[in-house]
Design a protein around this ligand. Structure first.
Ligand SMILES: [Zn+2]
Length: 490
């Protein structure tokens, strides 16, 4: 039995509920303060006047993809063409051919050919849906592009050819990713990886291997393309072991804003199209029927407002089994009408508040007519929708403080506030990454601190509810605890 003492223990059952001592045993909380005063303990942990919270959870990220980002050359700091070309010139001499995090700053294949013509050179865009490549790559893949820009299926083809990983690479990337997540105070994550790398079996086995020595609450979405592997394997939905769950079936309804493929009510500015649907209507309906036949919920990537309305209509027609809920990943844009339709449906929305600070105002520039709602977090809450906080790492840095900052302040790069009325309070922002982010696990004992709840904690040097804007950029995580074990200390 462990005693956690000398700290401020914030239960998040109520905004102001605090305890000062807590007992845990076998990975669970057994009580607080007076009710534990007669117990004897094997170990005492001094919280040193720090503040302890339920463990932070990222409700949508790509753990393997983030591990990969930590292992490749990241060019997301370069926002100017000539300085990036100068940097690439040095790097290609060192035989590096693959770069990630590219801001679309109009680099063409001709510029890349000049740097390197007898080997592949690939810039993966920040949206993860596109690449810019040199002629060497185009020739080897038989793809055509005047500028070297390739998106969606073409980009996937390039990645499949040039980014190959063996089992140990996947293990290493998961390991690296989780180590970094610990530093951000993260104790669990809902990840979409089972298709993109080595497929269902190998990726799942890599997770099993890492989690057997490295505690972390991993909840894995199942990309629709590996659904047959899951069915054949006769694995069960949700719990595989205390650290590993299999979750909803991931599908994409539309694309992204930066590549103008998110499906909107109105055409993009200076364009005659409104974005794309990833599926033909009939194909999507039969896929949804197949998923429902397996009694599984869906996790659907949706960015555009029209995409959201169409998906909600589809889900109304094919609801999940009673007790389950579907997940909408992103829901960046919405109409009031759709939000009202969603109100009484078994739905959870995985939001990425950091998109406000990173994408706007560039995104606003894409619309011929502004959508009714853009990242409407407060409106979602007002309509009783469950929203979970996430980073979509490697798209954004999986530091929950950056997400909470964006949700609270909605600050753009020029420091103006984007829609004051949609700002969340500190407490609401904290709930996104704790209580709410655990709802999709279907576990009743996560996300708060109470008797019988799991002993997953994030310990901060300051009282979260009193943080000022600058504090969110400081390293406040003192300790990360999973299943009673301290996995990280500063
Ligand atoms: Zn994602």
């Amino acid at each position: 039995m462990i005693l956690w003492k000398n700290g401020f223990i914030h239960t998040l059952k109520y905004e102001d509920e605090i305890h000062y001592k807590m007992a845990t045993e076998d990975g669970l909380i057994i009580g607080f303060d007076d009710e534990i005063k007669n117990l004897s303990f094997d170990q005492e942990i001094d919280l040193k006047n720090n503040h302890l919270y339920p463990g932070f959870v990222d409700s949508h990220l790509h753990i393997v993809g983030y591990g990969q980002k930590l292992s490749v050359i990241d060019i997301s700091d370069y926002k100017d063409q000539s300085s990036l070309l100068e940097y690439l010139k040095q790097q290609v001499n060192l035989n590096h051919t693959f770069y990630e995090g590219y801001h679309n700053i109009n680099i063409t294949k001709d510029m890349l050919n000049e740097l390197l013509s007898d080997k592949p050179l690939i810039l993966r865009h920040r949206d993860y849906h596109s690449v810019t490549v040199n002629d060497f790559v185009l020739n080897e893949t038989n793809l055509k592009s005047k500028t070297g820009y390739l998106t969606e299926d073409d980009a996937k083809l390039v990645l499949a050819k040039y980014q190959t990983y063996d089992h140990q690479d996947i293990v290493d990337m998961i390991d690296k990713s989780i180590s970094k997540l610990y530093q951000y105070g993260i104790t669990g994550g809902h990840s979409d990886d089972l298709f993109y790398f080595n497929g269902y079996h190998d990726t799942l086995n890599a997770y099993r291997e890492v989690l057997s020595r490295k505690p972390f609450r991993a909840h894995l979405l199942m990309h629709y393309k590996i659904l047959d592997d899951y069915i054949k394997a006769k694995d069960k939905f949700l719990d595989q072991n205390e650290y590993l769950q299999l979750g909803a079936v991931k599908i994409f309804y539309d694309g992204t804003l930066s590549s103008k493929t998110a499906l909107l009510y109105y055409p993009y500015k200076h364009e005659d199209h409104q974005g794309i649907r990833m599926f033909e209507k009939n194909d999507l309906e039969s896929l949804v029927k197949k998923v429902r036949k397996q009694n599984l919920p869906l996790a659907i990537h949706i960015i555009g407002d029209l995409a959201l309305e169409e998906t909600i209509s589809l889900l109304k027609k094919y609801p999940p089994r009673k007790g389950l809920h579907d997940r909408i990943i992103h829901a960046s844009l919405a109409s009031l009408n759709t939000i009202k339709m969603m109100e009484h449906m078994p739905l959870i929305i995985d939001i990425q508040p950091q998109f406000i600070t990173s994408d706007l105002p560039d995104v606003l520039d894409l619309f011929s007519k502004n959508p009714e709602y853009i990242y409407p977090f407060k409106t979602f809450l007002k309509h009783h929708l469950t929203i979970c906080g996430s980073s979509d790492a490697p798209v954004e840095i999986p530091n929950p403080f950056l997400g909470m900052y964006a949700a609270i302040y909605r600050n753009l790069c020029d420091q103006s506030v984007f829609q004051e009325s949609e700002r969340l309070s500190h407490y609401e922002a904290l709930k996104l990454y704790t209580t709410y982010a655990n709802i999709p696990t279907y576990k009743a004992n996560r996300g708060l601190l109470d008797k019988g709840y799991i002993a997953d904690f994030t310990v901060l040097s300051k009282d979260f509810l009193k943080l000022e804007a600058d504090d969110f950029f400081k390293d406040l995580v003192e300790m990360t605890v999973i299943n009673e074990k301290i996995v990280y200390t500063k």
